[in-house]
Design a protein around this ligand. Structure first.
Ligand code: CMP
Length: 142
């Protein structure tokens, strides 16, 4: 299986609850390496740009308000089959429907405040990583 990178955002709800460290520890235990990491407070423009694909969805305004409410932790994760493996560890979008032991089941509250974001494809992972991390802030792929 090829080594891949994917983007994780630990969302404001999880950072506010001080569970960011526990989520990163869970990811390391699950075999991911954190190859870049940043804590930042997203501006409205940055959040709207990141979620532009959802701009026509009824929850877009709520999503942007939530994501800009307080700081987030953004991590680039690396391992074999990282995109699919991280989606498995993350769990379903709605924490109520997420499997036991997944990040969203453990730390999420509802479909909006669901603790973490994860890239949904390798192509989107590349775009999302580049959105937050200039190439000179991420170690080159081995
Ligand atoms: P995320 O993986 O960050 O990608 C888009 C986000 O939109 C998703 O996680 C959810 O948190 C959010 N989302 C999806 N559906 C809804 C909804 N019905 N109401 C509020 N937020 C939603």
């Amino acid at each position: 299986m090829a080594t891949e990178r994917t983007l994780c955002i630990i969302k404001p709800d999880a950072v506010e609850k001080k569970t960011g460290g526990a989520i990163l520890a869970l990811l390391e235990t699950a075999g991911f390496s954190v190859v870049a990491l940043e804590k930042t407070h997203l501006s409205k423009v940055v959040a709207e740009g990141f979620y532009a694909v959802h701009k026509d969805r009824p929850f877009f305004g709520e999503l942007v308000t939530f994501m800009t409410r307080s700081p987030v932790i953004i991590a680039v994760l690396e391992r074999d089959d990282a995109v699919a493996k991280y989606r498995g560890v993350m769990g379903a979008t709605d924490p109520v429907k997420a499997d036991a032991g997944t990040i969203r089941k453990l730390f999420g509250a509802n479909v909006g405040e669901n603790a973490v974001h994860g890239s949904d494809s390798l192509a989107n992972a590349k775009n999302e990583i580049a959105y937050f991390f200039a190439a000179n802030r991420v170690a080159p792929t081995a």
